[in-house]
Design a protein around this ligand. Structure first.
Ligand SMILES: [Zn+2]
Length: 323
């Protein structure tokens, strides 16, 4: 017998508690089902939730990111949180098909996956430009131009990837679109062969932040982004717009002392959803404190919103129904 024992031979030797301890459901953290590769490519408009977790590493959810598939191609990425590298590959998304990265804001759990995506995408050798869209920055939060330059610019952290700025080595030039968060109401972001994307500035404490609205062939998905109950403009602009999917963030519990100046609690999610009246309300950006308080959060949502509520897990596919 070989001196190197294979795992097959070692496994029966491990004590039972050690085997149980490896199951991944430790510490009482609500886990999402084990992620499996899922392929969402099909005709029409499909939302794939790549990362459905929050900023704290506390379970098996990746940081915030969403992929929009249109007629079988992964065309748009909404946020690029940590874990994107893994989930993007599991989703079988092709970097050559990507038209734009749309960032809701520059918190680390929404942009931390960009370096890995750019490094991975540098192997694609696509010449076509790639749009990088986000809110205009300030002293504490980088706008899309600053993110590009500080990550892959000649004087950035990864200067060997400067092809994303100057187009060398067949890398796609990152075309910047910085959205003014001081403007109110819908702002056009992108128009391309029946695809319409607009942004609305939202209130997320001191952070320049956006929501995005994507329309295609009569279908509509709204990405709320991180926002507090003070995002009146978001609700007013989308009142009774009946999107196929309204994506909102399940970040805080119903307890006192939660950061309601940054995020909507269940009551505020329900009030916004009741006004916007989506076919499906999808909860993502799920933090442990909100999941632990799940029944109270759900009761608060349903006190004003009577429609369907779905919890998103990483790599889930949601098909916008054709009208
Ligand atoms: Zn945030």
């Amino acid at each position: 017998m070989s001196q190197r024992l294979s795992a097959k031979y070692l496994l029966p030797l491990l004590p039972l508690p050690l085997l149980i301890g490896c199951s991944g459901a430790a510490n009482g953290v609500p886990q999402q089902p084990t992620t499996q590769t899922r392929y969402c490519a099909q005709q029409g408009l499909v939302l794939q939730t790549l990362g459905t977790g929050g900023p704290i590493a506390e379970g098996n959810r990746a940081g915030s990111s969403n992929l929009v598939w249109i007629d079988g191609k992964a065309r748009f990425l909404i946020d690029a949180g940590p874990g994107l590298f893994l989930r993007y590959g599991e989703a079988k998304a092709d970097f050559n098909d990507l038209d734009a990265i749309l960032l809701t804001h520059a918190h680390g759990d929404h942009v931390g996956g960009l370096p890995g995506l750019f490094n991975s995408g540098s192997f694609a050798q696509r010449g076509r430009a790639l749009m990088l869209i986000g809110p205009k920055g300030d002293a504490n939060f980088a706008g899309p131009a600053e993110l590009r330059d500080r990550l892959v610019g000649a004087n950035g952290a990864l200067p060997y990837l400067k092809g994303f700025v100057d187009g060398s080595e067949e890398k796609p030039v990152l075309q910047i679109s910085a959205i003014d968060v001081k403007k109110r109401g819908l702002q056009p972001v992108l128009r391309d062969k029946g695809i319409e994307i607009d942004a609305i500035a939202v209130h997320h404490g001191p952070v320049p932040a956006l929501s995005y609205i994507l329309r295609y062939q009569g279908q509509m998905i709204v990405f709320s982004g991180d926002q507090s109950f003070m995002s009146d403009d978001f609700v007013a602009a989308l009142k009774d717009s009946k999107p196929d999917i309204l994506v909102m963030h399940n970040v805080i519990s119903m307890a006192a002392g939660q950061p309601r100046g940054l995020h909507r609690d269940g009551t505020a999610i329900g009030e916004a959803a009741a006004a916007i009246n989506p076919k499906k309300l999808l909860l993502t950006h799920n933090m442990k404190r909100a999941l632990d308080d799940g029944p109270a959060v759900m009761t608060a949502i349903k006190s004003s919103y009577k429609g369907a509520v779905t919890m998103a897990n990483d790599l889930d596919c949601f098909i916008a129904d054709p009208k």
